[in-house]
Design a protein around this ligand. Structure first.
Ligand code: PGA
Ligand code: ZN
Length: 489
């Protein structure tokens, strides 16, 4: 609460609320399908409205349903529905990565090549309905940690490969949603408490390369970071205007403006660095200041081009580089462009390279481990001990449950690290991570570009949350040295 108190007067969100009046949590519940919501399931009604006090205190799970749906790449994934005895439901859909870390929890795919090229998830659906559902029947839905522990035990493998990480994470997220609905709280309040009022600064992936696009760029993500905006809503405008300016520039130079998996453009540029220069031009074209208003972030996703003891920049024709050479290349970019964050600048096996990388760049740059840690406290604790990075990417489906994800975040917090809640390149219209990012209070989210509805759904949900919070909303830069990037303005 004290944090929110400080925000009053610092933040402009209150101005947007003029005329909207102050909202209470119960006003906010039935906003849109993916927000935390309560509605009767078939003929059921809510225990809180008609039940006895003791019935209102526990909310047992009646059954769990699941179905095969499609993700944003047209690949099958799961949608899970948790149904409580009192009729409340919670739903969640499961994302899927392309540049997955070596030690991520494993999705279960059917392997039946007569359906979806083997990518069907009917076996994972069956595991939810026939194995997990009966085991969780009667469990109090508000006991997330206990339920997640049961899921892990029931699977019994270190990589979640028996029941499938996709089945497990879908259930875990749907349980959180059903619990928030039963408590009549928005998901971000249910998971983060009443002090959850910090909107995340988005990292918006406006130029795609690597395994997310078929172009000449080795590096996977070139992102804009509107950290100088006064509110999340303004940050979104900065991002969208820069995105449109970038499109116009690309078009005027004869580059294609088709987009990659996360909605960023995927032009055939002459070099990786050219992407940074183009983005700076686009920021300037909108009248915004590069660095001060909108900074840059990179996710080279270097595991994808890591080879035997080196890095092959084959797509751009940039040749072979050692870890030290690649780190020095990044350093030269940091001097030339207002970069605030580099994620997976090296491969997920290259612990030694990362130590040098962070020693050289980490003093005033956010160095993020994604494939390196896979949201797993086992790898994170090593990273913290060895100063391999100074921040972590957080993906629920890399580890498999909401509770373990929160444990990974707690470890980052204890170490004084930043953490970035992230989407996957294969997404759905589910907005769980928008609420989750606010609940966790880390002040950062990575959820793609400024087009494609599976990305925009998260941004739109964050707009709703900012509006709900009104003058309590905080939007502030999480970066260590904003003055350094301001020099680029
Ligand atoms: P992925 O990419 O979802 O394909 O793993 C996202 C990232 O690397 O951050
Ligand atoms: Zn990444």
């Amino acid at each position: 609460m004290t944090e929110c108190g400080i925000a009053v007067g610092l933040n402009h969100a209150g101005k947007q609320m003029v005329g909207a009046g102050r909202m209470s949590a119960s006003d906010l519940i039935p906003l849109q399908p993916w927000a935390t919501y309560i509605r009767p399931y078939s003929a059921g009604t809510f225990s809180r409205q008609q039940g006895t006090p003791s019935a209102a205190m526990t909310n047992p799970i009646k059954f769990i349903d699941a179905m095969e749906i499609l993700d944003s790449r047209g690949n099958p994934t799961l949608r899970v529905t948790v149904v409580l005895v009192n009729g409340t439901i919670g739903m969640a859909s499961v994302p899927s990565g392309a540049s997955t870390g070596r030690f991520e929890a494993r999705e279960l795919r059917d392997g039946d090549i007569s359906r979806y090229g083997g990518k069907g998830v009917r076996s994972a659906v069956r595991n939810v309905v026939e194995v997990i559902g009966p085991r969780l029947h009667g469990q109090d839905v508000s006991r997330q940690a206990e339920i997640d522990h049961l899921l892990v035990q029931l699977d019994g493998t270190p990589d979640r490969s028996r029941l499938g990480a996709n089945a497990i994470v879908g259930v875990s997220m749907a349980v959180a949603r059903a619990a928030s609905a039963a408590a009549r709280l928005p998901l971000y309040v249910h998971l983060g408490g009443s002090s959850a009022c910090r909107l995340p600064v988005p990292m918006m992936n406006v130029i795609n390369g690597g395994s997310h696009a078929d172009n000449t760029l080795d590096f996977q993500e070139f992102m804009i970071v509107p950290h100088g905006a006064p509110t999340f809503a303004e940050a979104l405008r900065y991002g969208a205007e820069t995105f449109h300016a970038l499109k116009a520039i690309l078009k005027s130079r004869g580059f294609r403006t088709a987009v990659g998996d996360e909605g960023g453009f995927a032009p055939d540029l002459e070099s990786n660095e050219a992407a940074c220069a183009l983005i700076i031009e686009a920021i300037r074209a909108t009248g915004l200041k590069p660095g001060t208003d909108v900074a840059l972030a990179l996710d080279p996703a270097a595991s994808a081009f890591a080879g035997d003891g080196g890095y092959e920049l084959a797509r751009s024709g940039g040749g072979r580089k050692t870890a030290s050479e690649l780190t020095k290349l990044y350093r030269s970019w940091v001097h030339a462009y207002p970069i605030v964050s580099i994620e997976d600048g090296l491969g997920d096996q290259d612990w030694e390279g990362f130590r040098e990388h962070t020693a050289l760049l980490g003093a005033d740059l956010q160095i993020v481990g994604d494939d390196l840690y896979v949201t797993n406290t086992q790898f994170l604790s090593r990273g913290i001990k060895e100063h391999a990075t100074n921040a972590a990417l957080i993906k629920l489906n890399q580890i498999g449950t909401v509770t373990e994800t929160i444990e990974a975040i707690a470890m980052c917090r204890d170490a004084g690290w930043n953490y970035v809640v992230s989407h996957r390149s294969g997404e759905t219209e589910d907005t769980f991570i928008a609420d989750f990012a606010v609940a966790m209070g880390g002040g950062q989210i990575k959820t793609g570009s400024l087009c494609r509805s599976e990305r925009i759904a998260k941004y739109n949900r964050l707009l709703e949350i900012e509006r709900e919070l009104g003058s309590r909303a905080i939007y502030s830069s999480p970066f260590r040295n904003p003055m350094r990037v301001a020099l680029h303005s």
